[in-house]
Design a protein around this ligand. Sequence first.
Ligand SMILES: NC(=O)c1ccc[n+]([C@@H]2O[C@H](COP(=O)([O-])OP(=O)(O)OC[C@H]3O[C@@H](n4cnc5c(N)ncnc54)[C@H](O)[C@@H]3O)[C@@H](O)[C@H]2O)c1
Length: 268
Amino acid sequence: MYNLLKGKRGIIFGALDENSIAWKTAERVHEEGGVFVLSNAPASIRMGSIDELAQKTGSQVISADATSVADLENLVDKAVELLGGKIDFVLHSIGMSVNVRKGNHYTNQNYDYTEKGWNVSAVSFHKVMQVLYKKDAMNEWGSIVALSYMAAQRVFPDYNDMADNKAYLESIARSFGYFFGRDKKVRVNTISQSPTATKAGQAVKGFGGFIAFSEKMSPLGNATALDCANYTVSMFSDLTKMVTLQNLLHDGGFSNMGVSQEVMEMFE
Ligand SMILES: NC(=O)c1ccc[n+]([C@@H]2O[C@H](COP(=O)([O-])OP(=O)(O)OC[C@H]3O[C@@H](n4cnc5c(N)ncnc54)[C@H](O)[C@@H]3O)[C@@H](O)[C@H]2O)c1
């Protein structure tokens, strides 16, 4: 461990269970000396095991539905108070599609579900940043990261309306990142992660085939949740101070592949 985050304070959204990318990130941030508040939606706190993570990392859990500005305002106020100062890092690790959950095909969406999923998966990122920005709750050179997926740029049929939500999320990172950078010297990026076996990941239809295909296409194989946590730690550290407005591809090389030898062999 390198004490990369010593003296830094943060908020980590989205740790549901030990498979969650946010869970692994919280563990790694803790190991690197960062302190933080954990947050999740009330139902996920009841269903999941976030209290175990809080104990392990000496953190407090503050419940917030990330679509509720009032909840987010309360969270940010409490986090600054509990941690004893402004925030240096934020992880938005939140995603959910009701259409995916209900098995609605992309061409047969229920638009109430579409709107709900968009609000949770994309607009919540704007809300988190707007609350932090208005309250002037971020320290200069702070770092905000949200997690995305390659379906924002390329077609993965069963990723459904989450593809559109991720495209919107990545756009928010650029648009808000401009103002956060210019006005507060805070950087904002998305990390586009390989398919990962988590609750949200496994909700995608045909996930088994999806993750195996990606593994065979990527020269380094799929990046794991722990790999993603390590990358996020580097993005929270002072070593990446001038990186902002980026969608950072963390996928073992998948995104630049046309086809791999291993995939070709399946068709020969
Ligand atoms: N698993 C993958 O294959 C993969 C790949 C690329 C990107 N991602 C992204 O990584 C992020 C984390 O997902 P994960 O794979 O760790 O799965 P996960 O299911 O462990 O995490 C998703 C989290 O979103 C939270 N959430 C849902 N609705 C919420 C709300 N209204 N308010 C606050 N929190 C809410 C859930 O409680 C849960 O903790 C998501 O943005 C996901 O899209 C996942």
